[in-house]
Write a protein that binds this ligand. Structure first.
Ligand code: 99T
Length: 203
């Protein structure tokens, strides 16, 4: 399998962390790619019409996207500890936390595009504040529930850990740990997992 890959994409990293936790990362060949909401994304768009990373190219010629679908597919390829709990409350909690972690990344990425890509004269402060509000509320919700996180990794915990790492990568000036000591402690511990260490973006 080949994966359109970027070292700074949190969605790509979520896929790679899951692959490491599942013990199948050696079956994935990363293909360096870039994607942007504007401009040339022809390579990726040839396989994912949305022109977004990640996109998994299967050996039978098919393609899978987005990161949620790729993660669930990869989890179906092994017989070890399932990162997508198969049924019951644990499954819905994991999927909800994946939505929360991905949602933090979505809002953070929109903020980044607003500054990094949008011309200064077209920027909109209320938009930036709105996206930051989503991130802050999600972080507060995680602080409130972190004591009840499962002890074994699952897709929800992976998505949350990746989102926090992405805030550190792109918004280091926003101290998300302030006032959220339990989440900070959990993140520091999760970050020591080999899957997290081996997928860390370049500093
Ligand atoms: O929006 C675009 O056209 C291009 N953006 C992307 O491809 C980003 C790269 S993260 N990926 C997504 O937005 C995927 C979201 C999707 N729901 C999923 O796969 O889960 C780049 C971040 C960075 O480098 O800072």
């Amino acid at each position: 399998m080949r994966l359109y890959h970027s070292k700074t994409s949190p969605y790509v990293r979520k896929v790679m962390v899951l692959a490491h936790e599942a013990g199948i990362h050696g079956r994935i060949e990363p293909v360096a790619a870039s994607a942007s909401p504007v401009g040339e994304t022809a390579t990726v768009a040839g396989d994912n019409p949305l022109g977004k990373l990640p996109c998994l190219l299967l050996d039978d010629g098919g393609a899978l996207y987005d990161s949620r679908v790729i993660c669930e597919y990869l989890d179906s390829l092994h017989d070890g500890h399932k990162l997508f709990p198969v049924a019951g409350p644990a499954r819905w909690a994991a999927l909800r936390r994946q939505a929360l972690g991905d949602g933090i990344c979505d809002a953070a990425l929109l903020r980044r595009y607003e500054t990094f890509q949008r011309p200064p004269e077209r920027r909109w402060d209320d938009w930036m504040l709105g996206q930051k509000g989503k991130v802050d509320r999600a972080l507060d919700a995680l602080e409130a529930e972190v004591a009840s996180f499962p002890k074994s990794p699952d897709i929800g915990l992976i998505a949350v850990a990746i989102a926090l790492a992405y805030l550190d990568l792109r918004f280091a000036e926003d101290p998300w740990r302030d006032g959220r000591p339990l989440l900070a402690e959990w993140q520091a511990d999760f970050a020591t997992r080999p899957s997290m260490r081996e997928t860390a973006p370049p500093q």
